[in-house]
Ligand binder design. Structure first.
Ligand code: ADP
Ligand code: MN
Ligand code: MN
Ligand code: MN
Ligand code: MN
Length: 357
């Protein structure tokens, strides 16, 4: 049976006064690229990040530490209004740190932030297109698909309208509003080519904010979908066969690229990217080989390619950017299950240079 919350009953309690107390939900990334969170009572509303104290959790229960030395520390790095509890309650994004003062193995934000800080003057913007697929939590099959069978072939579903072409629009609508409430820079949503697959875009975001906001948007999606009794998967190829995979196209620009004459810098960046194809691919998500086949609007994983308005290339320069001569480029290689800190980090390293010792 699909679990759904007792919404009306819960509402009675959600509207009770909190007597001045505030709930902060501390959120972190686990060893599987999943999200975890736990709640904490604060004595007053938070107006600055510095007011949020460090906390900890049992890392042996999340695959982030061994049982004999299990404390992992949560360091708050950003906070957002909580669309579920509302009021002064907040969601707190955290980095994970070990007790010996080193970043936890799965804390990729720390390195990313160093790169972003070193290249702060280049004002690197990112825009990520997060594709994802909805599943029925009971059997793990694609949400809304006929059991043991398939819907009609792809064609009518991309940006589709109407019954039979759209699956779970309510979840997508709720997530959109939750992102806006939390202050996530969500730029849009669309139904995808494969039925029950959707996309939302976040950006442009400056530097480290990209990873932070994408993780928050994912957290909000998981929470919203949980309430609707729907499961979200970020797997890049949820179903083999003639069904599109799921990516996380990564749009990038530096200050120089965004102004007249910028095309030169875009071409320079593409040239640098062409020389580090395999290093990038290594950080572009697990099981991405199942998706980057050269079919279904992807480029083969074997070769690097670039082109204007070409959705079968590794890197696409949007037609409008070619026309004006400046703007941004799109890296189409990253899979839906990337850690955005790894991807934006190596992007800055390749395009702007590594951190000087
Ligand atoms: P597509 O045509 O590939 O489906 P989308 O509209 O889904 O494109 O997404 C485009 C993304 O590019 C958005 O996330 C947007 O924020 C981002 N973007 C737009 N301009 C820039 C820019 N100058 N630098 C980086 N990202 C940008
Ligand atoms: Mn306990
Ligand atoms: Mn898109
Ligand atoms: Mn898409
Ligand atoms: Mn795209």
């Amino acid at each position: 049976m699909v679990y759904t919350e007792h919404t009306t009953t819960l509402e009675k309690y959600m509207s009770l006064p909190q007597k001045g107390k505030v709930i902060a939900e501390y959120i972190w990334i686990d060893s599987q690229g999943g999200l975890r969170s736990k709640g904490k009572t604060l004595s007053k509303a938070v107006t600055d990040l510095s007011q949020l104290s460090e906390w900890n959790f049992d890392g042996s229960s999340t695959g982030q530490a061994v049982g004999t030395n299990s404390d992992v520390y949560l360091r708050p790095v950003a906070y957002y209004p909580d669309p579920f509890r509302k009021g002064d309650n907040i969601l707190v994004l955290c980095e994970c740190w070990n007790s010996d003062g080193t970043p936890n193995k799965f804390n990729h934000r720390h390195e990313c932030n160093k790169l972003m800080t070193a290249h702060f003057d280049e004002k690197v913007w990112f825009g990520l297109e997060q594709e994802y697929t909805l599943l029925d939590p009971d059997d793990g099959y694609i949400y809304g698909w006929p059991k043991g069978g398939f819907p009609a072939p792809q064609g009518p579903y991309y940006c589709g309208v109407g019954a039979g072409k759209v699956f779970a629009r309510d979840v997508i609508e709720a997530h959109y509003r939750a992102c806006l409430y939390a202050g996530v820079t969500i730029t849009g949503i669309n139904g995808e080519v494969m039925p029950a697959q959707w996309e939302f875009q976040v950006g442009p975001c400056l530097g480290i904010k990209m990873g932070d906001e994408l993780w928050m948007a994912r957290y909000l999606l998981d929470r919203v979908a949980e309430e609707f009794g729907v499961k979200v998967t970020l797997h890049p190829k949820p179903l083999k066969g003639d069904w599109n995979g799921a990516g996380c196209h990564t749009n990038v620009s530096t200050e120089l690229m965004r102004h007249p004459g910028g095309m030169k810098y875009i071409n320079d960046a593409i040239d640098k990217l062409s020389k580090r194809h395999s290093e990038h691919i290594a950080l572009y998500g697990t099981d991405n080989a199942l998706r980057l086949t050269g079919k279904h609007e992807t480029a083969s994983m074997e070769n690097f390619s670039a082109g204007v308005a070409n959705r079968g290339a590794s890197i696409r320069i949007p037609r409008s950017v070619q026309a004006t001569g400046y703007g941004y480029f799109e890296d189409r290689r990253p899979a839906s299950n990337i850690d955005p800190y790894l991807v934006t980090g190596i992007m800055v390293e390749t395009v702007c240079g590594s951190i000087p010792d």
